[in-house]
Structure formats: structure tokens, C-alpha cells
Design a protein around this ligand. Structure first.
Ligand code: CP
Length: 338
């Protein structure tokens, strides 16, 4: 994990070595089979949400409870105020407190800090720097866990890897189709960036399908090609959802925002209006190789994915969401028990 010699942060999945990812997944599988130990008694994790969450918050709270520890949950705007991230700033604006001070103080109360930072939403050049989560990591004196920044969602990636492993067994040589889906409220591409690199790193061939204008961040694409080269697997981009799904063992559906018109709601809406055919239904799933469906949720029924697929035997969504609990127990255990 990233950080100095004594503090290990978890900002992206790549902060764990291959061996550590395997250890977390093995431990998570044991937790899922019912193994239980109060190994984090007297440990507390602070959860700071600057954006909403259903799964991440609940699964982390339950994970810490089942490990014998506690969480403290703070929601920005209702529980505390905006925080300044910029170093050296003359703080004459809205924020009355700097992340530097909040991180130092909270480090004296808790064993780890989990953060879901707000996105600027106006400029991808700004958001892609992930400044806020990095400011927390640079000032905290306890491990910082990223609960989803603009670029990465490493907790989701761990759950996705466990789900892929449970579904496919050996991952090497399998095919994953990551496909954009239509939604009036597209997310950031953090989940897709994370599962793309996680799958390639585990020997999975990946095809990413999206309409024109929804290309992923160029830095992530470059890294994907580098990892694919190192692992000897294929990574490809398709402009056709059907072509991407053809022969896939798992289809991963997710809507994400266009980076080309990031921050321009008028252009984003007009672009979205031309993409309503990007929905997963049974006909499309039949193009795969007995394909199963993953989606990190929340999912818009009959817009992103049809009811028939979501409620049928191909769907892995509930297991995938359940695996958030087990993999977070594995991670917290590895991170905090020593
Ligand atoms: N997948 C996920 O992170 O869900 P939440 O936004 O509900 O936490």
C-alpha cells in the first residue's frame, strides 16, 4: 500500500502487491464461509462521506462490527463543514478548516480513516488528480482507505475480484466485457478504471465498449496497455456493445460520464440522448459464452439492464454487493490487526 515506511494507505488496488491481494481474497473467502474472530477489538475506523453511499457505508460498518471493532460515521454538510485541501492557501473562503488539521486530529482518535471525497465535477483535469484523497493520505498518521475517488474505487475492485474468482475459478485466459450503459445520472469511471486494471493484472482479457466520446482517462488506458503487455493478455476497445459481449464470460455494466464534456451539463445531456440503445438485455447476454452479469450498483432497471437479466440466473449483482462485506473484512484485518 502507498505511504511511508510505517503507514500504509489504500488509495488504489495497485497499493497492494499481488501476494497481498491474494491474501486478502483468501481471508475474505474464509470470512464468507463463516470464520469469525474479534481481531479488531478496540479498533475504530472513521468513515468520512463527502458524497452519499448505500453499500460502502453499510458494509464497512458491519465489517468492523463483525471484527469486534467500531466505526464513527461523519457526513459532510450535516456533521461537519467543508475542508480546504490546497496547501498554503489563505483560508478566506468557505472552508473553516484544513484537511491537514482535520487529518492530524482524527488520527489521534481512530485506527484508520476511510474517505469518500467530493468531486469538483467541473474539470476532469482537476478531478483526475484525486487531490483530496491524496491530501488526507499525506497528512493522516493512520492508514487512509479510499471509499471511491474520481479515479479509483479499490474496495469495489476487491469485491469484484472475489466475485470473478468465485464465478470463473481460474481467471487467466477468460474474457471480461466492460460496457458503458445509458443513464441520466452517469457515475465517475472510478469503478471501471479499477476493475479494468484488476482484471488485466489477473490474466483476464478485457474489452471495453462505449459510445464515441466516452473514452476512459488516457492515463488509465496507457496503464491498462502496459499491464496487458506485462501479463500477456489482450485489452481492446469496441464501439459496439454486441461485439464486446460476443464470447465474453462476464459482462460488467456501468454508466460513466463523458470526460470530453465533463462539467458541461448541456453538452453532456445532448450526448446522452443519443445513447439510449446502450442497455443490457437477454438477447445481448446470449452473445456471450454462458455470460454472467456484474454491475457495482446502484443500477437503473430497464435503462441500464433489463429486469429479465437482473432477476435471472445470469445476474451476480447481489453476490457482488455481498462480497463488499467479506473483502472489506479481509482488507481491514490485514491493514489493522498488526
Ligand atoms: N458500489 C458502491 O460503492 O455503492 P455505494 O455508492 O452505494 O456505496
Amino acid at each position: 500500500m502507498s505511504g511511508g515506511a510505517s503507514i500504509r494507505h489504500f488509495i488504489r488496488l495497485q497499493d497492494l502487491s499481488d501476494r497481498e491481494v491474494e491474501d486478502v481474497l483468501d481471508l475474505s473467502a474464509r470470512f464468507k464461509r463463516g470464520s469469525s474472530r474479534a481481531e479488531l477489538a478496540a479498533r475504530t475506523v472513521g468513515l468520512l462521506f463527502f458524497r452519499g453511499s448505500l453499500r460502502t457505508r453499510t458494509s464497512l460498518e458491519v465489517a468492523m462490527h463483525q471484527l469486534g471493532g467500531h466505526t464513527v460515521n461523519l457526513t459532510a454538510s450535516s456533521d461537519f463543514w467543508s475542508l480546504e485541501a490546497q496547501p498554503g492557501k489563505v483560508m478566506d473562503g468557505e472552508a473553516p478548516e484544513h484537511i491537514r488539521d482535520a487529518a492530524e486530529v482524527l488520527s489521534r482518535y481512530v485506527s484508520a480513516l476511510a474517505i469518500r471525497p467530493a468531486l469538483d465535477g467541473r474539470s476532469w483535469d482537476v478531478d483526475r488528480r484525486d487531490d483530496k484523497i491524496r491530501a488526507w493520505a499525506s497528512h493522516a498518521r493512520v492508514p487512509v482507505i479510499n471509499m471511491e475517488s474520481a479515479l479509483w474505487h479499490p474496495l469495489q475492485a476487491l469485491a469484484d475480484l472475489l466475485t470473478l474468482r468465485e464465478t470463473l475459478g481460474e481467471l487467466a485466459g477468460k474474457k471480461l466485457a466492460i460496457t458503458w450503459t445509458h443513464s441520466p445520472t452517469p457515475s465517475s469511471s472510478s469503478v471501471v478504471n479499477s476493475v479494468l486494471l484488476a482484471a488485466l493484472r489477473n490474466g483476464v482479457n478485457v474489452t471495453v465498449a462505449h459510445p464515441k466520446g466516452y473514452e476512459l482517462d488516457s492515463g488509465v488506458v496507457d496503464e491498462a496497455h502496459k499491464v496487458a503487455g506485462e501479463k500477456g493478455v489482450a485489452v481492446a476497445t469496441e464501439a459496439s456493445l454486441d461485439d464486446a459481449v460476443r464470447g465474453a464470460h462476464v459482462v460488467y455494466a456501468r454508466s460513466w460520464r463523458s470526460l470530453e464534456v465533463y462539467g458541461n451539463s448541456t453538452l453532456a445531456a445532448s450526448r446522452l440522448a443519443r445513447t439510449q440503445d446502450w442497455m443490457i438485455d437477454e438477447n445481448r447476454m446470449e452473445l456471450g459464452d454462458n455470460a454472467r452479469l456484474m454491475h457495482p450498483m446502484p443500477v437503473r432497471r430497464n435503462l441500464e439492464v433489463s429486469d429479465e437479466v437482473l432477476d435471472g440466473p445470469r445476474s451476480l449483482l447481489y453476490s457482488q454487493a455481498e462480497n463488499r462485506l467479506h473483502t472489506q473484512k479481509g482488507l481491514l484485518s490485514l491493514l489493522l490487526r498488526s
